[in-house]
Design a protein around this ligand. Sequence first.
Ligand SMILES: Nc1ncnc2c1ncn2[C@@H]1O[C@H](COP(=O)(O)OP(=O)(O)OP(=O)(O)O)[C@@H](O)[C@H]1O
Length: 319
Amino acid sequence: MALIELDDVRRTFTVRAKAGRLKREKREVRAVDGLTFTVGAGECVGYIGPNGAGKSTTIKMLTGILVPTSGRLRVAGVDPARERVALARRIGVVFGQRTTLWWDLPLRDSYELARRLYRIPDQRYRANLERCVELLDLGALLDTPVRQLSLGQRMRGDLAAALLHDPAVLYLDEPTIGLDVVSKAKVRDFLREVNRDRGTTVLLTTHDLTDIEQLCGRVMVIDHGRVVYDGGLEGLHAAGDSERTLVVDLAEACPPIEVPGARVVRVEGPRQWLAFPAQQSAAPVVASVAARYPLVDLSVREPAIEDVIARMYAEVAIG
Ligand SMILES: Nc1ncnc2c1ncn2[C@@H]1O[C@H](COP(=O)(O)OP(=O)(O)OP(=O)(O)O)[C@@H](O)[C@H]1O
């Protein structure tokens, strides 16, 4: 069953741009330019693209904040712009850069407000709150005013708030932005659980490819308001011939090391950066380095989404 359906959806904005010293001209911006796709129940889909691609405009239409200029749009059977109250019961929204929690109130009070707003039955509210508190480790924070929470704690608080009413669809806009490694891992573990065990359909906008890699079976790339790729992450890497980077700290500085299947792209003292194809596992490269050189530390870095997309275009242009 499709939970999100878009059929030739378009959204244009009219902007006034300067034309000469005094004149201003009207110009039309096609933010979303004929989107057609469906997202099935229980899918977790990454929705990515360069700045200005039309991601936010899509999410705003899916949440009923913006009305499409043309086309048909349904979320859990509801027309978002026309049936906003019915929609609110079926969706949860988390924006990494903004909070939906009450700044001066303790977390617990924001949740209580959500309970009343969504008219969540007592038993369900208690069970959902208990589950979120446990999985997101919120127990010690429930009585803390939101303004005193760290960014990672606040994000965990926001995730709980978005899920107390059991929405069928969860929109996430940069949910791990600015978080440290530990907080990112907690958020991702929780989202995996919500998607896998609760069957919540997730649409995730992010600039962090690790979010996609760890959570999404499907990724859609949008550019200039159109879908330019729809498939698995491996396919996206393959289309763009992209590379991951293994960063190794050796016991001492040495000339570029030689490792099969990888090439050194940068050296800084004892630290070296090795690029290898993104579809391949890092394990053999790590094993080769460890067998030949004294290793102190290592980490694997995903390519930037912008680089993957840029490479994808380069391939299309060449092919
Ligand atoms: N209210 C608006 N008025 C005029 N133009 C707009 C408006 N909202 C968006 N746009 C334009 O529509 C296009 C798509 O913007 P949108 O915010 O959807 O992109 P995005 O993919 O979310 O980008 P980012 O990654 O930077 O958030 C851009 O060219 C933007 O300038």
